[in-house]
Design a protein. Structure first.
Length: 147
């Protein structure tokens, strides 16, 4: 498994409750660009429409050696999920405050995959609490290491 890109800000802004692996439908130059590692998941999200899942605002840079048939960077891409998975996610998303956020994009064997997280938005005070907990763990680990 070779990770192409990660959405590190998602773990800061959201509390991830469940993760799911999905395939992604790509064009030829998009695959080549992903193999170069030129993708960004920063402001992207997943939208469920007519029992299909779509990845929006995912930026995959144009392939460097591409010709006039190169792809659009912010194209809407279809995610490959089973219908039962989509319907289960739809039921969870309809609850208040839940969203589907892509967490990382990677190659598994020779297929491009996206890890999707069922996320609930954090409030500002929750973000501060997680930062305090992380810093407390670091200080404890440093103290234990120095002993």
């Amino acid at each position: 498994m070779r990770i192409v890109c990660q959405n590190k800000k998602a773990y800061h802004d959201y509390s991830i409750e469940e993760t799911l692996e999905a395939g992604i439908q790509l064009q030829g130059t998009e695959v080549k660009s992903l193999r170069e590692g030129k993708a960004n998941l920063k402001d992207s999200y997943v939208l469920l429409k007519n029992s299909e899942a779509f990845l929006l605002n995912c930026h995959i840079s144009p392939y460097s050696h591409g010709n006039i048939m190169n792809h659009e960077p912010l194209r809407t891409r279809k995610l490959l999920l089973h219908r039962k998975e989509i319907e289960r996610l739809r039921g969870k998303i309809q609850q208040k405050g839940y969203a589907l956020i892509p967490l990382k994009m990677y190659f598994k064997e020779s297929f491009a995959k996206v890890e999707i997280g069922l996320a609930k938005g954090k409030r500002l005070y929750e973000k501060r609490e997680t930062i305090k907990e992380r810093e407390a763990k670091r200080t404890i680990e440093r103290a234990m290491k120095s002993r």
